[in-house]
Design a protein around this ligand. Structure first.
Ligand code: NDP
Length: 334
């Protein structure tokens, strides 16, 4: 499959270029950047033939079947709609858009055009998260009572730009990380949060946007979820705990881009280390996307998954801003 990269981004350089090239016949033919100089440098650094500054020109290449969108968040909507109109399959970064309605518009447009649309929620692709989901689904911990997610990181210096100082570009820890935690919750528990209460603050990095959030969600099953995200915590580590009537699962160091961390299952039989496959999360996600474009299964996170996880994140932000308990508005997402 031939791809165009929409966005000369860090995430593409660090993970996605390699993940696309790891696929059979996976080829990146061009990259789009707003700056001809940056796009040209990026293309030569990564061995990409062409760079464009004009989206329509990039999309005009009939050999290109798919695009990967990893620009700043306010650009995703227009770029995705243009790619869909050009008949390309779309793998779009999270958060899909600046509003739930915009995200739903992208996904509905892809459905109408008959192209595959996926959200790059990579954590669903990790062997660790899939192992925990399977333990829960097979009843090993009984009825799930609660899930506690901790995802307070120390934002690397090279990423301390629009994420911490630009509301216009979709900055803030809630669209950046809470959206992942919403997706992990929906993936692990197989249900969508119903109501949320929340608080947010700026604790040293955020300039005009929040850099930390804590929230509590209720689930249709009656389970409760507690979620903590931050950009400012150097030593907190990440992970989650799922507690059920028959057991608890402790997953530490697993909210990451790499296949690392430990999982422990505790039941009345004792403590048990849980093994899991350690494949590359992004390679797996791209493989499932490519298969979906060939009619084989669904992407790991569909477009509607991206819409729903965004709806939870924005409900958290609104609940924190208003101090109210809110019902999540999924905006008609399927
Ligand atoms: P970057 O800041 O690296 O890239 C975003 C845009 O910023 C690029 O498209 C580029 O614009 C511009 N840019 C990049 N480097 C420079 C520079 N040196 N000077 C000026 N502008 C520059 O963002 P990320 O890669 O961190 O994030 C991009 C998207 O991917 C976001 O939507 C984010 O939420 C998502 N993401 C997802 C992850 C995941 O695991 N699923 C992980 C990290 C990010 P241009 O294209 O015009 O050159």
């Amino acid at each position: 499959m031939k791809w165009t990269l929409i966005g000369a981004s860090t995430i593409a350089a660090q993970y996605m270029i390699r993940a696309i090239r790891a696929q059979e016949n996976g080829e990146i033919v061009s990259v789009l950047s707003e700056s001809a100089a940056r796009g040209g440098d990026y293309a030569s650094e990564h061995g990409i033939q062409k760079s464009f500054t004009d989206l329509d020109e990039a999309l005009a290449d009939p050999a290109v079947e798919a695009v990967y969108i990893s620009t700043t968040n306010e650009k995703h909507l227009a770029q995705a709609l243009a790619a869909i109109a050009a008949g390309k399959h779309v793998l779009c970064e999270k958060p899909l858009a600046m509003t739930v309605a915009d995200a739903a518009e992208m996904v509905a447009a892809a459905e109408l055009a008959g192209v595959t649309f996926a959200t790059n929620h990579h954590l669903r692709c990790s062997g660790s998260h899939r192992a925990v989901r399977d333990l829960i689904a097979s009843g090993r911990i009984g009825k799930v009572l609660s899930l506690r997610l901790f995802h307070a990181v120390h934002l690397p210096e090279n990423l301390r730009g629009w994420r911490i100082n630009s509301a216009e570009a979709g900055g803030g820890v809630i669209p950046d990380i809470t959206v992942h935690d919403a997706d992990v919750t929906r993936f692990l528990l197989g249900e969508d949060p119903e109501t949320v209460v929340a608080q947010m603050t700026a604790s040293g990095m955020g300039e005009g946007v929040e850099d930390s959030a804590m929230s509590v969600w209720t689930m249709p099953s009656g389970a409760m979820v507690m979620s903590h995200e931050s950009f400012t915590h150097p030593f907190a580590g990440s992970g989650f705990e799922v507690h059920g009537t028959e057991g608890s699962i402790f997953a530490r160091g697993v909210m990451t881009q790499n296949p690392v961390g430990e999982i422990e299952l505790v039941t009345k039989a004792g403590r048990e280390a849980v093994a899991y496959p350690t494949h590359d999360l992004y390679v797996q996600g791209v493989a499932e996307f490519v298969a979906a474009t060939q009619g084989k299964g669904k992407p790991a996170a569909t477009g509607w998954d991206g819409v729903k996880s965004l709806a939870v994140a924005f409900a958290v932000r609104e609940a924190a801003a208003t101090g109210k308990r809110l019902t999540v508005n999924y905006g008609g997402a399927k």
